[in-house]
Design a protein around this ligand. Structure first.
Ligand SMILES: NC(=O)C1=CN([C@@H]2O[C@H](COP(=O)(O)OP(=O)(O)OC[C@H]3O[C@@H](n4cnc5c(N)ncnc54)[C@H](O)[C@@H]3O)[C@@H](O)[C@H]2O)[C@@H](O)CC1
Ligand SMILES: [K+]
Length: 505
């Protein structure tokens, strides 16, 4: 499923109308009918429904919903929150159909009238404004939204909560707080941003009949769902052997932080890597080995329990490498990262402290022939780009794309909505996971899962998307079953990986 900006959605709408020749009135009919059909399935006819219709096509959708529900004997009325002259084109056509079918439209004179009407009904359908909103909602519509937010017992928004921007990068808005949103066509960027997503409530996508010849044109952002995971997860051949599933290397950890690399190698093995070696400070090895018997070890020279660069790492012996977790920010650790960039001819994944070192080496990354994957959380991404975290979170899609293209890297920008970007700017989003992951060690487990997935026979973009899906889904399955968001530990995720495989593969 694509994730779109308002402009991309309009391009598809216009393509359907101008290239294919589908009438806009028909698209509006489809959109409204899909939403009414969803309501009909689950709402009792004893419920009173009020549609708030604005002046654009979003309001037009509202008239179709009202007409369809009325035809199905629902108790539905429409309050038109803009004057008559603002209802034009396809929306006017559908308003007239509603009225001809016996529908009742009240044109709002003052905002004060709206409160009592909202208080009398069970469901408010918010068709005030859609993706055509420009800037902050003006009066009197802002006051109407205020009344909806204060008085409505249940709000269903059409396409997008009115007042909410569809695109990233906008912080000044006043919007409906929906209980649910039925999105027409494709989800908009704002459904995947921390500061705007909560306004949607629960959301689902409904179709308005866009032909696929139009939708496949030029979209470059996708939601990575369970369906994609099932379709793309590589099969494990009956006659495969450990070498078929890759030799992975994880470089990190120290005497003081042996847990990070332990979780990484353990997660990589649990996810399906054939062979995994942990390269860490010599004195950390007993602690790591006691927790993970299946890994092999490469003892690195150390100073005060932290790796130094006395002993070289044979980077070329591996099929993929992950570096950084718990390795420390001292300069000897940096020289291992530099060497890996120069010498390793396999995919290189850089996480945690490794990202800190990489900042000064970014210019040389593009010269590498084999892929580099960066796995920052927003703080690390902000550090890499010299931005503040709030700045980054306003426009994560744009910043990730800009950095991935500029440095020629894959970026896994971690968060409640993880955005994965390829060097040519394609993006996927995974939405699995929960607040139980907000604990030390979660990222180390993800690094291991990523290492294992990159080692399998699949394109890197799919490997990264599947890895993020598994990591989040493991957490979701654990809190649905044996754990809660409070007690979940990163090491519990290792068992969650098994649950994900047993359920979805
Ligand atoms: N063929 C299509 O284009 C389809 C469009 N659909 C619907 O149409 C919507 C987009 O329609 P439109 O482009 O007409 O735009 P909207 O319906 O989102 O709203 C634009 C209206 O809001 C007003 N407005 C803009 N900025 C404002 C502000 N800051 N304060 C107050 N009023 C403001 C405009 O004057 C206009 O009346 C989608 O969200 C979707 O619901 C669907 O029906 C599917 C088909
Ligand atoms: K709306």
């Amino acid at each position: 499923m694509y994730i779109v900006t308002a402009e991309e959605m309009y391009d598809m709408d216009h393509g359907a109308m101008n290239k294919v020749g589908i009438d806009g009135k028909l698209l509006m009919e489809n959109a409204g009918r899909s939403i009414a059909a969803s309501l009909k399935e689950r709402v009792s006819k004893t419920y009173r429904i009020l549609v708030l219709a604005g002046g654009g096509n979003n309001g037009g959708d509202g008239f179709v919903i009202a007409r369809t529900l009325l035809d199905n004997d629902f108790d539905v009325t429409v309050v038109q929150v803009v004057p008559d002259e603002k209802i034009i084109g396809d929306a006017l056509y559908h308003k007239q159909l509603f009225v001809c079918c016996g529908g009742n439209v009240t044109v709002m004179q003052t905002v004060d009238e709206v409160g009592p009407m909202i208080s009398r009904v069970d469901i408010v359908i918010d068709a005030i404004a859609g993706i055509g909103m420009k800037g902050r909602l003006r009066e009197p519509l802002a006051s109407v939204v205020d009344v909806v937010n204060k008085k409505a017992s249940y709000v269903l928004s059409v396409d997008i909560p009115s007042g909410l921007p569809a695109n990233e990068g906008i912080s000044d808005f006043y919007a409906v707080q929906a209980n649910e949103t039925l999105i027409t066509g494709f989800p908009k960027q704002s459904a995947f941003l921390e500061h705007t997503a909560p306004y949607y409530g629960n959301w689902q996508v409904v179709s308005f009949g866009l032909p696929s010849v139009i939708t496949s044109d030029g979209a470059h952002r996708y939601l990575w769902t369970e369906e994609q995971f099932r379709k793309t997860i590589p099969e494990r051949g009956r006659y495969s052997h450990k070498g078929s599933h890759g030799r992975g290397l994880a470089v990190g950890g120290s005497a003081e932080m042996p847990g990070s690399i332990t979780m990484t190698v353990h997660a990589a093995l649990r996810t399906g890597a054939g062979l995994v070696t942990a390269a860490t400070a010599k004195s950390a090895i007993p602690a790591v080995a006691s927790q993970c018997m299946e890994a092999t070890y490469l003892a690195l020279g150390e100073t005060n329990g932290r790796m130094n660069n006395e002993l070289p790492i044979p980077f070329d012996n591996y099929d993929a490498i992950v570096m950084g977790m718990g390795m420390g920010r001292h300069h000897e650790a940096r020289s291992h990262i530099r060497k890996a960039l120069e010498e390793a001819s396999c995919p290189l994944i850089v996480d945690a402290d490794g990202l800190y070192h990489l900042k000064s080496l970014l210019a040389s990354v593009k010269k590498r022939k084999s892929p580099v994957v960066l796995t920052p959380h927003p703080g690390e991404m902000a550090m890499l780009l010299d931005k503040s975290v709030p700045e980054l979170l306003q426009k994560p899609f744009a910043y990730a794309k800009m950095a991935a293209e500029k440095y020629g890297v894959y970026i896994v920008l971690k968060g409640p909505f993880t955005i994965i970007t390829t060097p040519d700017g394609q993006q996927t989003v995974t939405t699995t996971g929960n607040e139980g992951l907000a604990k030390g060690g979660s990222g180390d487990v993800l690094s291991g899962i990523i290492l294992a997935m990159v080692l399998q026979d699949q394109p890197i973009m799919e490997a990264l998307s599947n890895a993020c899906f598994i990591h989040g889904k493991a957490a979701d399955m654990l809190i649905a079953d044996t754990h809660s968001v409070y007690d979940l530990l990163a090491s519990d995720l290792l068992h969650g990986i098994s649950k994900v495989y047993r359920t979805f593969v």
